[in-house]
Design a protein around this ligand. Structure first.
Ligand code: FES
Length: 290
């Protein structure tokens, strides 16, 4: 006699039907939003990705109810919706915190301190990768490169950047988040909750005053290629020998220690630099749009 996968306690990652229904008022509201999203596409099934963000904005993760809703409004099977929802890591499959704290542990961030940040955060929060603190505030995650390598090591909270972090600044950051103290990303829009972020990712405008105007800029290290193309001299490459201060390789001598406002990149900046470290703010540079 054979046993089914459910009898063996094996999950195949497929939703078990029927999914519980949304309350009528929630379903009506989501249907209105879904119609607006679907109208943006010539083929309705192209709206699946934003619709998954929409249902994620309702419950904080993509539930079976959310997947059933997407299937209903797009005339897809739940298997088709599940295949997409489980493929992309931005869709969460279980209840998570208000703040998704993602530590970049790709190569550059890892060697610049990302691994140490992740390790210390696990201990500080008492949770592992993908786990949420007991108060429901913070979910800790490894994340992949966010194309901000010149600000390594980078931490993202609900996809907003916190640049040039250290274990100390990130521990302070999560403490502030858990205590409800205001936290400012290094650049970009002000922070909001994961559900609010998900609604924006579904394609609805950020209506907070000043949020759209807030923008990041390329860091000085990112602009070295532009300078060279213009015939300008590239700044000296600066390295930190283990036993001393910054060292100019070309001149073979110690270099001037720049202030936070004149630092060339995170590599020569003070380690204690982040928006959560008021002593070393790392704001936009003046070079963008030159
Ligand atoms: S390796 Fe971390 S942002 Fe690129």
């Amino acid at each position: 006699m054979t046993t089914s996968s459910s009898e063996r306690g094996v999950s195949l990652g497929m939703p078990e039907l029927p999914a519980p229904a949304y309350p009528d008022d929630v379903r009506a509201r989501l249907e209105t939003d879904a119609r607006e999203i679907i109208a943006r596409y010539p083929d309705s099934r192209s709206a699946l990705l934003p619709l998954l963000h929409l249902v994620q904005s309702e419950e904080g993760h993509v539930t079976r109810t959310g997947m059933q809703f997407c299937a209903d409004v797009l005339n897809l099977t739940t298997a088709e919706v599940t295949a997409v929802a489980t493929f992309y890591t931005m869709y969460r499959r279980k209840p998570s915190g208000d703040y998704q704290v993602g530590v970049c542990t790709n190569t550059l961030c890892a060697v610049m301190g990302g691994d140490a940040i992740f390790e210390e955060l696990q201990e500080h929060l008492g949770v592992g990768n993908g786990e949420t603190t007991d108060d429901g505030k913070v979910t800790l995650e490894h994340i992949e490169c966010n194309a901000a390598c010149d600000f390594a090591p980078v931490v993202m909270v609900n996809w907003e950047f916190f640049d040039n972090q250290t274990p100390a600044t990130v521990k302070r950051l999560v403490d502030d988040l858990r205590a409800g103290r205001p936290v400012e990303p290094t650049r970009g829009a002000p922070l909001c909750t994961f559900k609010e972020t998900a609604r924006m990712l579904a394609g609805f405008p950020d209506e907070r005053p000043g949020a759209v105007e807030a923008s990041g800029s390329a860091g000085p290290a990112s602009l070295v290629g532009l300078r060279l193309a213009r015939g300008e001299a590239a700044p000296a490459r600066v390295v930190h020998p283990r036993d001393g201060g910054p060292h100019d390789e070309r001149q073979d001598r110690p270099v001037h220690q720049p202030s936070p406002t004149e630092h060339l990149s995170s590599h020569d900046a003070p380690q204690d630099t982040s928006a959560s470290d008021p002593a070393h703010p790392a704001g936009p540079t003046a070079e963008e749009g030159e």
